[in-house]
Structure formats: structure tokens, C-alpha cells
Design a protein around this ligand. Structure first.
Ligand code: F6R
Length: 610
């Protein structure tokens, strides 16, 4: 949450480079934005509530001769979105500016101390303001010294960017449990919360570790630990092409990312297959002995990633013969779960920075579990703190609503399950080969599932005025229902609700009345008849039913009002396909309702606060 960009260089104007970077980070928060620029010995700060376009409007016509600066796009935690609460925050004399991502947990006591001991007057409600005042209280000519002293007093998870007009050539960054990278340019260097912000300018970066300070000038980048030892860091080469973080002709990132799913699925699978179609888990050391030692697996994640876990459970239990529990990270970390050295903990996260997932992972590690993570962002915190990492190959996901990350997470679950099964000997070679063959057919079938788009556009026009939508399904379809429902609610603000279809009659069916829209997933051959009965139940109460089934299973047409078909495939794999029409439906309904699809209200892409 919140995006930070910092620039020091002789190439171009700091203002333009920083604003461009902020626009590429807007998915991290978009309540307000601001910049602090050092211009001819002065510190110029401009900030504005609302989207970055508002900030651009504010500074339109102003020319800033700036080579050093920081910028911020905000997702509010402390204090409502307002001009005063926007970052950067400045010292009383206007010489130092700070941008911040995260939460300062002890800011109340620090604020009292600053007021009492230093007579500081606070101008905002945000926790960030204590940071800039602490730095200014400690500043005696050297910015690094002052920042180190201030940091020593802070508790919480945060990353910051700092500039000072009295130490004008540098930008300082600091990371503690919130993401930060440094970009290595020619005649310029960067700090940023995330790679897309600077990908246009650099492809070589340093990953900043926890409790490290990074100091950039136009010619140099230095990294220090808390004891001020200079740290050596290997260069990380970014392999994404710059276009993958652009909209590429699509109206929204979400639609582009929906269409990138066949490629993401192909890449995630094929990166893990050798020439004999055997799974190679480079960088993962889970032997037969390890797998035989596990008596329990936890899959722990948040939101969409949690929904991927719900589907993954079915295949992992079936193939690896190990019980799997799936749990949301924010609950897992506080309930003292039973975990020991016979537990495999699988963390699933697109960003690899989700605070709840990271803390749950740490808790599991403390208790002796082995940690395998399924992560999209290379070098992220979850990846770095895991024993083994399975990277998904979705490419950068920019839209706040997750789509291609979900399907590649599902693909990863199947690969992990197959690997466990064949390594432990709980599945045989013939079953393995058949399953791999079916998995290899999925990317083409995903393209066919995308072909539902024109008819879904028509459905969306009919449905967008509804204020309540229900999603029902059984087995893996129940997991996909949760995901379909989340997609719809988060981008269209329709009150959507998902429930296992068999559970409906135990209470929720009370809400079904004439014309209530119910999306019924019926892709599981062995549960097909049962689903048809559940559809009958809601039809009997007047529901308007959109059925989703495999091609050829057309008995559903007798009961549902509309039917969407996905290509034929084995039951276990339908989630890879069935979610695609649900994503498209959510997209077009949100579009009909005039919603800001890539930046839904109250949300941010990477949830780095509790
Ligand atoms: C929904 C969505 C969120 C994330 C969740 C976890 O579309 O994107 O529910 O799935 O915040 O994020 P990651 O996967 O980055 O840990």
C-alpha cells in the first residue's frame, strides 16, 4: 500500500520522472499524491487529495528545475484523505520532506514527546508526520545520521523516502517490513516501492533488505545496515519487458490481464517441465523423505490467493495423501495453530508483501514448519523468507483486482500436487502422464474460454442494475464461486455473496426471491445432477439463474435462464477455465456501472498493513 518513488540524477527533470513513476504505482493507493523537489537550493512541495491527475492539474504551468526529489501515492491508514494528510510531510522550517508507506505503531507517544520536549506543532493527522519531525530534531548537517537516529525510535512496518535541502544531492530510503528497491541508472539512480515505477528507466536493481538504509545520489547507491556497515548486494536483472507493465491497447489493465491468462498458464507450466515432461522444481528442495515426514499441510493466504488455496486443497490431498487445511492469514496468525516440524506451510501471494501472509509465515516458521511459497513478485519478502519458492509466471499484475495471478496460482497448485504425488509414489506414472497431458492443453482451452467475452458483454448489459448477486457451486466450483463473487463485488460494488450450493438451504436461501440473480457453477461431472437440483431450488423461489457448465453438458439449459460454456476438461482442472467468464462478467458489469475498474474504491494492490 502507498507507493514511493525517489530520483537523483542528471537525466531529465525529477518532477516528470517522479510523476510518471507515481502513475505506474497508482495501483498501490490513490487517495492522494504529492512530490517534494529540490530546486536551486529550495524544497518545493506540492500535494493534492484524489488521483494523480489532480496533482498534475495543481502543478500545471509550474516549471521546477529539479534533479532530486521524492513522490508518493497514498492509501490512507491514519487520517482521512485530504490535502493536509497527503505526503510528503515537511519539517517545521520546510527543509526536510518525508514520504512513507506503512504504519508507525508508537506514533502517539512519539507525537506527545515531540510536542512536550520540542514544542512541535502538528499539521496533519497522519503517523508519518512524527518521522519528519524526529529527523529534523536530530539533523545536525548529515541526513544519514538524523535518519538513523529517527528510525531507532520507530516501531512498526514501514518504508520511507527522505530529502533535505541542506543535504541536497541525495535521496535516502529505509525499509522495515515494507517493500523498497533501488534502481541503477546511468547518471541517475532511483528508489521505489515496486519495479513498474522505474522499469522505463532501469532494468538493474538492488533489492533492499529489512532494516537497511539506501542512499542514492546521481552517481552512486550505498546500502547500510542498522550498524552502518556498508552492505554488498548482487544486482537483480528484471526480465519483464517494459510493455508488460503497460496497458497495451486495452482500456483497462484488468482486461489486459484477463487476456494474458493463456500465456501466464503456459509459462507457469512449461518453466517447470523438462524435455520428458517431468516436473523440475529448481530452487525447491522437497525430497521423498521430506514429503513422507509431513503429516499436515496448511495453505495460508488472503483474498484471491486464499481462494486459489481452496481449490489447491482438493488436488494436493488427492495426489499427495496429506490432509490440507486452508486458512486466511489474518486468522491463522492469531489463533495459535497446531504447527510443528511435520507441517508444510504453503504461503500463496501475488505481491509477496502482504503483511498478514508474511506474519503468518513467520509464525509457522517459529513453530518449526517448513515454508514453501507460491509467489509472483520475484525477490519479494514472502519469497525471501521461505525455505522454498515456487514462482508463478503471471508477469506484473497491475489491476487491483487479481486475475492472472489467480489462475497461475491454481496452475502452481496442480504442479505442486503432481510433484508430491509422483515423488511420494501416491500417484502412478500413467496417471501423472495423463494429467500432464491435460494440463498442457489448458492454455489453448483458456483462449477458448476467453471467447465467451462478447456474450458476457450482453449479459452484463442486462444485469448491471442488480444490487445483489449470489454465486453457488460444489467441490472445486465452490472455491471458484468465492473468487467470482469477490471479483464482482470489489470492482462493481454489487453486494455479491458466494456459498457452497448444498449449504444454501441451511439459511441463505431465505434471501432468494423473484429475479434474484444466481450464478450457478456446474462444471463437476460427478456433482452435476446435484447442482441441477440446487438450481431447481433457487428457480422455485423465482431466481434468475446463469449457469456455467462444460461444453456438452447441456441438460442445464432446461433449468438455467442463461448458460455459459467452458471447454471440456477433466473435473479437477475446470477452475482454470471457469473463473475466466466470471472475471469477464465482473469486468463488463463494472464497466456498465461506470466504475473505476483498475482502481476500485477503498482498495490497494499490495496490502502491507494489518
Ligand atoms: C482481490 C485481490 C486481493 C489479493 C489479496 C492478497 O482481487 O487482489 O484479495 O488477492 O490482497 O494479495 P497477495 O496475493 O498479493 O498476497
Amino acid at each position: 500500500m502507498c507507493g514511493i518513488v525517489g530520483y537523483a540524477g542528471s537525466v531529465g527533470n525529477a518532477k516528470d520522472i517522479i510523476i510518471d513513476g507515481l502513475k505506474r504505482l497508482e495501483y498501490r493507493g490513490y487517495d492522494s499524491s504529492g512530490v517534494a523537489l529540490i530546486c536551486n537550493g529550495k524544497l518545493e512541495v506540492r500535494k493534492r487529495v484524489g488521483r494523480i491527475a489532480n496533482l498534475e492539474e495543481l502543478i500545471k504551468g509550474e516549471t521546477f528545475d529539479s534533479k532530486v526529489g521524492i513522490g508518493h501515492t497514498r492509501w490512507a491508514t491514519h487520517g482521512a484523505p485530504s490535502d493536509a494528510n497527503s505526503h510528503p510531510h515537511t519539517s517545521p522550517d520546510g527543509s526536510i520532506a518525508v514520504v512513507h508507506n506503512g504504519i508507525i505503531e508508537n506514533y502517539v507517544e512519539l507525537k506527545e514527546w515531540l510536542i512536550k520536549e520540542h514544542g512541535i506543532t502538528f499539521r496533519s493527522e497522519v503517523d508519518t508526520e512524527v518521522i519528519v519531525h524526529l529527523i529534523s530534531v536530530f539533523f545536525e548537517g548529515n541526513l544519514e545520521d538524523a535518519v538513523f537516529k529517527a528510525i531507532a525510535m520507530l516501531r512498526g512496518a514501514f518504508s520511507i523516502g527522505v530529502v533535505c535541502k541542506n543535504d541536497p544531492d541525495k535521496v535516502i530510503g529505509f525499509r522495515r517490513n515494507a517493500p523498497m528497491i533501488a534502481g541503477i541508472g546511468k547518471g541517475c539512480n532511483f528508489i521505489a516501492s515496486d519495479i513498474p515505477a522505474i522499469l522505463k528507466h532501469v532494468r538493474e536493481i538492488y533489492l533492499i533488505e529489512n532494516n537497511e538504509m539506501v542512499v542514492i545520489t546521481k552517481d552512486d547507491i550505498k546500502i547500510y545496515d542498522m550498524d552502518r556497515n556498508e552492505m554488498h548486494r548482487d544486482i537483480f536483472h528484471v526480465t519483464w519487458d517494459a510493455e508488460s507493465a503497460e496497458k497495451g491497447g486495452y482500456e483497462h489493465f484488468m482486461l489486459k490481464e484477463i487476456h494474458e491468462q493463456p500465456k501466464g498458464l503456459y509459462d507457469t507450466l512449461h518453466r517447470r517441465l523438462d524435455e520428458n515432461d517431468m516436473i523440475k522444481l529448481d530452487g525447491i528442495n522437497l525430497t521423498k523423505e521430506h514429503l513422507e515426514n509431513f503429516n499436515k499441510i496448511y495453505i495460508v493466504a488472503c483474498g484471491t490467493a486464499y481462494h486459489a488455496g481452496l481449490v489447491g486443497k482438493f488436488t494436493i490431498e488427492k495426489m499427495a495423501h496429506i490432509p490440507v487445511e486452508v486458512e486466511v492469514a489474518s486468522e491463522f496468525r492469531y489463533r495459535d495453530p497446531f504447527v510443528d516440524d511435520k507441517t508444510l506451510f504453503i504461503a500463496v501471494s501475488q505481491s509477496g508483501e502482504t503483511s498478514d501472509t508474511l506474519e503468518a509465515l513467520r509464525e509457522a516458521k517459529r513453530k518449526g514448519a517448513r515454508v514453501l511459497s507460491v509467489v509472483n513478485v520475484v525477490g519479494s519478502s514472502v519469497a525471501r523468507e521461505s525455505d522454498d519458492v515456487f514462482y508463478t509466471w503471471a508477469g506484473p499484475e497491475i489491476a487491483v483486482a487479481s486475475t492472472k495471478a489467480y489462475t497461475t496460482q491454481l496452475m502452481s497448485m496442480y504442479i505442486i500436487a503432481l510433484y508430491m504425488g509422483i515423488t511420494k509414489g501416491t500417484i502412478d506414472k500413467a496417471y501423472y502422464e495423463e494429467f500432464i497431458k491435460d494440463l498442457k492443453a489448458i492454455p489453448e482451452k483458456a483462449k477458448a474460454a476467453l471467447a465467451t467475452e462478447p456474450s458476457l458483454q450482453v449479459f452484463a448489459r442486462e444485469l448491471y442494475k442488480n444490487e445483489h448477486v449470489f454465486f453457488i457451486g460444489r467441490g472445486p466450483d465452490a472455491g471458484v464461486s468465492y473468487e467470482g463473487s469477490l471479483k464482482l463485488k470489489e470492482i462493481s460494488y454489487i453486494n455479491s455473496f458466494a456459498i457452497a450450493a448444498g449449504e444454501l438451504k441451511h439459511g441463505t436461501i431465505a434471501l432468494i426471491e423473484k429475479d434474484t440473480v444466481v450464478v450457478a457453477l456446474a462444471t463437476q461431472d460427478k456433482l452435476y445432477e446435484k447442482m441441477l437440483s440446487n438450481i431447481q431450488e433457487v428457480k422455485a423461489r423465482g431466481a434468475y439463474v446463469i449457469g456455467l457448465a462444460k461444453e456438452g453438458n447441456d441438460k442445464i439449459e432446461k433449468q438455467a435462464d442463461k448458460v455459459i460454456y467452458i471447454p471440456e476438461c477433466r473435473d479437477e482442472l475446470t477452475p482454470l477455465l471457469s473463473v475466466i467468464p466470471l472475471q469477464i462478467l465482473a469486468y463488463y458489469i463494472a464497466k456498465e456501472r461506470g466504475c473505476d475498474i483498475d482502481k476500485p474504491k477503498n482498495l490497494a494492490k499490495s496490502v502491507t498493513v494489518e
